[in-house]
Ligand binder design. Structure first.
Ligand SMILES: [Zn+2]
Length: 178
């Protein structure tokens, strides 16, 4: 399965690895190998991490906590205390190392360091009162993203992921009715 990095924040992208959360959840991280690939593909995280059963579980716990807190933000309700604890605990660890060379920036560290980095970016975005968190406008998607567009008019998590699908469905519906 291809991963989508459209949420504008690595923690929200991680939360978005489960789609259709309210109907038939589809989980893109079915095992350690998926998680390793997701971390490698995510900008700003180490390219080579290995996950075992424990760190895989920790990643899923962090993912669900981030999702819950982001949803709390969107719905304007207080943060869920258990999820706060998960994210805050994860954020307390050592972060990945970055190095500069002629070939650019290299990020290294293990999976725990990657999770720390993700938890920190979750905290940064969730603490920002001006951050415009939204849920994708396609009813079944449930992906949460950070709307950085001018005037905050973005409706979809991504055009490719959802916008075009909704537009195509609307087009088909119009065609049927005419
Ligand atoms: Zn979407």
């Amino acid at each position: 399965m291809d991963f989508a990095f459209v949420s504008g924040n690595p923690a929200l992208d991680l939360a978005g690895t489960v789609g259709s959360r309210r109907s038939r959840p589809v989980d893109a991280l079915t095992g350690s190998a998926d998680l390793e690939r997701w971390v490698a593909e995510c900008d700003g995280l180490p390219d080579h991490v290995s996950a075992d059963a424990t760190t895989f579980e920790a990643a899923l716990r962090l993912r669900e906590a981030v999702y819950r807190l982001a949803l709390d933000r969107i719905l304007g309700r207080p943060f869920d205390p258990d999820s706060l604890e998960v994210v805050n605990d994860a954020a307390a660890g050592p972060v990945p190392t970055i190095e500069l060379s002629d070939s650019g920036l290299r990020t290294s560290g293990d999976l725990t360091a990657a999770l720390t980095q993700i938890a920190r970016s979750a905290i940064t975005v969730l603490a920002d009162a001006d951050a415009r968190l939204k849920e994708c406008g396609r009813a079944d998607c449930t992906r949460i993203y950070l709307d950085r567009s001018r005037g905050a008019r973005r409706t979809w998590c991504g055009m490719e992921e959802c916008g075009n699908r909704v537009k195509a469905a609307a087009y088909r519906a119009r065609k049927r009715s005419s």
